[in-house]
Design a protein around this ligand. Structure first.
Ligand code: BGC
Ligand code: BGC
Ligand code: BGC
Length: 449
């Protein structure tokens, strides 16, 4: 067995649109990801989540697989458009029933369900009414959270409100890489506020003695490429948008004034100070999704890889720098020690708050050998190194309570479609056959021997 403390939670994560398929079954309404994926040019390989891993029908097999890897927790997300097809109207009992079956199947296999209420699939009618740029969406999210919790709280005790509101706001309303594909400039920051308000309202609606509630963020350590004043200022701005804009209101009850100034949003945010106590309602835990750090420079710094120009408001004159690290297929640099940095950064802000790594993993171009094996030694090494860092931070006294690999099985990787594989389990999209990769076998041996 590992040297992790008793009760440390080992799991794997997925998200509804990435795995479920069955997009028009049992009364599910359309989400912004259906619309986006069906818009030509949005997804690299022209694919959609219409079928994906067919998890909607194969969830029992998938949960058995998860349990066979020695994992005892499953982080999945609930699709809002299955529960309330129009986002704001009648509840769909068949949608809730799917998640009840899913959670019950977990429990039958000794697997604890961890449900995320929002992993990016906003009901399309709510987007048509303004999406996360309008306050009403936060209130509808609270209602959806309350309905879902009331229906499922006997089988689901661990909840996350949002997954990575940074992505929803900046990739969805900033640079159009994600649904709904809008480019709103600094107004994308309105989405940040409404997402965080939705989180706080939902948190209050879910509060009950037996329920543990958190949020999954994607904070990342931001390093300056050099000690020049210009690069250090670039790092301050990048850290502001990536980390402080979310962590400060949630954990400290205030927005970082430099970010609001840089983006010209000070006056807009000033109207909503009264929301900060709701947003900073105490949580039971914080989920950290970690993949890679960010190293940034001002444009006249030592740029070796300018990468994609960022269109995030406030991030003009800021570029990503290649520091020579090995990268995954996403182009993300591999730096396991940065997982320790990010956990310490969050712990400094909220010293007693329990932490979970709610996602961590790597994409590689897996190949199936003639005898049907997937020898993904790079992914195995990535996971092993990051798990070792988890052990170090626990030895250092941090309240880290669990680790979820991203992801249980290969799935629809957003704007990359099926061209990026992150799974512990390989999926053949023609046959839906699942095959445990070398990394999955390694994890099972690590956890069970
Ligand atoms: C996509 C296909 C993909 C399949 C996976 C479909 O919705 O359009 O490209 O291979 O799902 O199951
Ligand atoms: C998201 C996942 C995604 C993964 C890899 C995370 O930000 O929560 O849905 O698949 O990153 O890009
Ligand atoms: C990717 C998303 C991913 C996110 C992770 C983005 O750059 O495009 O797919 O989920 O990073 O933080």
């Amino acid at each position: 067995m590992t040297n992790f403390p008793d009760g440390f939670v080992w799991g794997a994560a997925t998200a509804s649109y990435q795995v479920e398929g069955a997009v028009s079954e049992d009364g599910r309404g359309p989400s912004i990801w259906d619309t986006f994926a069906h818009t030509p040019g949005r997804i690299a390989d022209g694919s959609t989540g219409d079928v994906a891993d067919d998890h909607y029908h194969r969830y029992a097999e998938d949960i058995r697989l998860l349990a066979s890897l020695g994992l005892t927790a499953y982080r999945f997300s609930i699709a809002w458009p299955r529960v309330i097809p129009t986002g704001d109207g009648a509840t769909n009992p068949a949608g809730l029933d799917f998640y009840r079956r899913l959670a019950e199947t977990c429990l039958e296999h000794g697997v604890t369900p961890y449900a995320t209420l929002y992993h990016w699939d906003l009901p399309q009618p709510l987007e048509d009414a303004g999406g996360w740029l309008v306050r009403d969406t936060a209130e509808r999210f609270r209602d959806y959270a309350a309905i879902t919790h009331a229906a499922l709280s006997d089988v689901i005790k661990n909840w996350m409100t949002l997954n990575e509101p940074w992505c929803s706001a900046f990739l969805g309303y900033g640079n159009a890489e994600h649904a709904p594909g809008r480019t709103e400039g600094a107004s994308a920051l309105k989405a940040v506020h409404h997402l965080l308000l939705g989180h706080g309202l939902a948190l209050r609606a879910l509060r009950s003695p037996e329920t543990s509630i958190g949020i999954a963020l994607n904070p990342a350590p931001v390093y300056a490429a050099s000690s020049s004043e210009a690069d250090r200022d670039a790092a301050r701005r990048a850290d502001g948008l990536r980390n402080r804009l979310f962590l400060d209101p949630l954990l400290l009850g205030k927005y970082p004034s430099d970010v609001l100034e840089d983006t010209g949003m000070t006056d807009w945010f000033a109207q909503y100070d009264a929301d900060l106590p709701v947003i900073s309602t105490p949580m039971d835990f914080l989920g950290v999704n970690y993949y890679c750090p960010q190293t940034v420079a001002a444009p006249d710094g030592p740029i070796t890889d300018p990468g994609k120009p960022s269109t995030l408001p406030g991030s003009e004159n800021l570029v990503a720098v290649d520091t020579g690290l090995e990268r995954t297929q996403m182009g993300w640099p591999i730096q396991p020690s940065s997982l320790g940095d990010v956990l310490r950064m969050v712990n400094d802000l909220a010293p007693d708050l329990p932490l979970y790594v709610t996602e961590n993993g790597a994409a590689y171009p897996d190949e199936v050998t003639a005898d049907g094996q997937i020898e993904d030694t790079e992914r195995r090494s990535y996971l092993e190194q990051h798990i070792n860092v988890c052990q170090q931070v626990i030895s250092g006294g941090l309240p880290l309570k669990g680790y979820f690999a991203w992801t249980l099985m290969d799935n629809f990787e957003w704007s990359f479609g099926y061209s990026r594989r992150f799974g512990l389990v390989h999926v053949d999209y023609q046959t839906q056959a699942r095959t445990i990769k070398h990394s999955g076998h390694w994890l099972r041996d690590y956890l069970t021997t």
